[in-house]
Design a protein around this ligand. Structure first.
Ligand code: URA
Length: 428
């Protein structure tokens, strides 16, 4: 069946729902150019304003999944469960969670992406480990899930490939911030990955995509419904991203902190969020186990070592450290009132830990170390943050971005609780 793209754009612009055949046609014709970039951009903008109803969203997501390959992970001897975070600063939880949940008896296929802007990417972090390889074939993924129980690798270009083109277009046309477009983009890739269950960590606060809790809840509910519609048991947890997670932001720095948590130590907030998400993942696949015990008894760490080695990495190799360093000092005595997630994320990005364009490379050793905690009393001249970069230019840019990242006052400012609402099929 053929359609007129302009008619469909007009229909959506004026608030009509698009038919299933029309949506299929748009998403199959766009990659070949029969629907032009400017037409798709106009349609996306109409969707930003008019939305997609649940039937349109399901069809849109189905068409994105159908644009590529779908992994078949059936037949493993353990249930599969994955976790996706909408992205945050210092969010290294995936690195810890995959081996931890595997050590508790599930299989974790974590098909991940790279960082863009001020939020880091799981693959960029793991690539700080010498020898570690992000790209695996579907056979290698299955074999590693069988043998180790956990895989963190690149989602590759074959899962929902139309999302790549749409995302690149959204990025340059101001059409990223739409709940149906974000939900279909994330869920099409996760459904195509073949996982049986999925836990979504939906971030809220200044360091997140969505600052507002209501919008984050709506995004979570939309993704939970899409997962259920596609037979993927999906749970979502809203979590705070008004301050960074842990004390390390940057690729190698975050690997080091993740290993601390995997060995039973590390910052309390990183451990607490890891355990909360692990509990949800195990619940989603009906496994009764104690993830805290797996951190403390060395079994999660042993799985980490096996997971890294299976992808060519050396878990004992020293990690790169950036050679240029500077510190941000307290301008006056006071109490650490707040740590600004966004400012610290931008500083790590400017230091070289992140990329501005998809094709940029990142520095493994650059980033920010947070030297103080909220509520701590500091003296004038005390170091608050340490910035690491490979050269003076990056260092200077990062310094400027971090200058006001630590707010000093007379008492700690209010902050969101780490764990906010949980959203699952029963709660919406
Ligand atoms: N992450 C995605 O994969 N897609 C979006 O649209 C937003 C975040």
């Amino acid at each position: 069946m053929s359609f007129d793209a302009v008619e469909l754009i007009r229909a959506k612009r004026d608030g009509a729902a698009l038919g299933d055949d029309a949506i299929d046609w748009l998403l199959t014709q766009y990659p070949g150019g029969a629907v032009a970039d400017e037409q798709m951009a106009a349609l996306l903008m109409a969707i930003v304003f008019r939305g997609l109803d649940p039937r349109e969203l399901r069809t849109w997501t189905d068409a994105m999944i159908a644009s590529g390959e779908r992994l078949d992970l059936r037949g493993l001897d353990r249930p599969t469960v994955d976790k996706h975070s909408t992205g945050g600063v210092g969010d290294k939880i995936s690195l810890i969670l995959a081996p931890l949940v595997a050590a508790c008896g599930a299989a974790v296929p974590q098909l991940s992406g790279r960082g863009l802007g001020h939020t880091g990417g799981t693959l960029d972090k793991l690539e700080a480990i010498p020898g570690w390889r992000a790209t695996l074939s579907p056979d290698e993924i299955r074999r590693q899930l069988d043998e180790v129980g956990a895989v963190v690798c690149a989602a590759g270009g074959t899962l929902a490939p139309v999302d790549r083109a749409l995302y690149a277009l959204r990025d340059v046309t101001g059409t990223v911030e739409s709940i149906p477009l974000i939900a279909s983009s994330i869920m099409s890739k996760k459904i195509a990955e073949g996982t049986q269950a999925l836990v979504l960590d939906v971030k809220v606060g200044r360091g997140a995509f969505l600052g507002d809790q209501e919008r984050a809840r709506e995004l979570a509910a939309t993704m939970v419904r899409l997962g259920a519609d596609h037979g993927v048991r999906t749970l979502a947890q809203l979590t705070a991203m008004d301050r960074p997670l842990g004390r390390a932001v940057g690729n190698a720095l975050e690997v080091v902190e993740s290993v601390e948590v995997l060995r039973g130590g590390g910052p309390a907030d990183v451990r607490a969020l890891t355990l909360a998400l692990a509990a949800l993942m195990l619940e989603a696949v009906g496994i009764v186990a104690d993830p805290a015990a797996a951190l403390d008894d060395g079994s999660a760490y042993a799985t980490w070592r096996a997971m890294i080695a299976a992808q060519g990495g050396d878990p004992d190799a020293p990690l790169p450290v950036a050679v240029r360093r500077t510190t941000i000092l307290a301008a006056r005595p006071g109490v650490v009132a707040a740590l600004d997630a966004r400012a610290i994320g931008v500083a790590a990005w400017r230091a070289g830990a992140g990329r501005a364009r998809k094709e940029d490379s990142v520095s493994a050793g650059a980033g920010v170390r947070i030297l103080v905690a909220r509520g701590e009393e500091v003296a004038a001249g005390q170091p608050l943050l340490e910035i690491l970069a490979d050269d003076d230019d990056h260092l200077a840019h990062a310094r400027a971005a971090a200058a006001d990242a630590v707010a000093l006052g007379d008492e700690p400012a209010a902050q969101l609780p780490l764990l906010l609402d949980r959203v699952d099929q029963a709660t919406h």
